[in-house]
Design a protein around this ligand. Structure first.
Ligand code: UDP
Length: 238
């Protein structure tokens, strides 16, 4: 299979990936391993935007389920994504990869606000740009944040690193005969409620023709492989 011509990609990692083998929070050693993979990908000449979730620290839905006001809990979730973004920036810069964090909730002591033209300039200069705080509004997720930034930054594809190696027709953890799709269209994902990203994120990618590449980030070296179009993955597209 020939390598797809990706020039600029958005990589979405869920917060849980940063936990490594812990049950909660951030494992700096594991974040360092992830940063090495991002560096390896960047060294091939790719422009990389990153969006990291916050589920390793706090999810608004979980707070709401325990009686919190949903919007308040979501703001806490967004702040969690900023902590993760700073952890990843630290790990990348320790490897010599210049990185800027832009947050959808302004926090000028720790990072920049989201400014598209400035982000463009960072990418041109070879910096990785990490977009934090999702879309900056409650009742959304970082999947929607990732879809929004991928559209805004005109990324060629959205790479969603998960603990599963693609999209299946049923849950591979509970059904041993679950079948993995090589490619699947957006409308099937939405109609069959396949576990890719939340519906608003998938719809935004569909409406802007952004392919979603779902792959496992748990396997070492896999990111570079899927960016070359190799390895196990599912591509969601038209
Ligand atoms: N969140 C939000 N608006 C956004 C992005 C995130 O309110 O635009 C909140 C929401 O509470 C969410 C939490 O931040 O549960 C962490 O993000 P997410 O659940 O997407 O993280 P992931 O599952 O990717 O680790």
């Amino acid at each position: 299979m020939s390598a797809p011509a990706y020039k600029r990609v958005l990589l979405k990692l869920s917060g849980e990936v940063l936990m490594g083998n812990q049950q909660f929070g951030i494992d700096p050693e594991f974040v360092g391993e992830l940063a090495k993979e991002v560096k390896e990908a960047k060294d091939t000449g790719l422009e990389i935007c990153l969006v990291i979730g916050g589920g390793n620290i706090f999810r608004g839905m979980a707070g709401a389920a325990k009686g919190m006001d949903r919007a308040q809990a979501d703001y806490m979730g967004m702040l969690a994504t900023v902590m993760n973004a700073l952890a990843m920036q630290n790990a990348l810069e320790q490897l010599g990869v210049p990185t800027r964090v832009q947050s959808a909730i302004e926090m000028d002591k720790v990072c920049e606000p989201v400014i598209r033209r400035r982000a463009e300039r960072h990418l041109e200069k070879g910096r990785v740009v990490i977009f934090a705080a999702g879309v900056g509004a409650p009742y959304f997720t970082t999947d929607s944040g990732a879809a929004l930034r991928a559209a805004e930054m005109q990324c060629d594809a959205l790479f969603k690193g998960t603990s599963v190696d693609g999209v299946y027709d049923s849950d591979p953890k509970t059904n041993s005969s679950a079948k993995r799709y090589e490619t699947v269209d957006y409308d099937t994902v939405l109609a069959d409620n396949l576990k890719v990203m939340d519906a608003s994120a998938v719809a935004l990618c569909r409406d802007n023709a952004i392919p979603i590449v779902v792959f496992s980030i748990r396997e070492q070296g896999n990111l570079a492989k899927v960016l070359r179009g190799e390895g196990t993955q599912t591509i969601v597209r038209k």
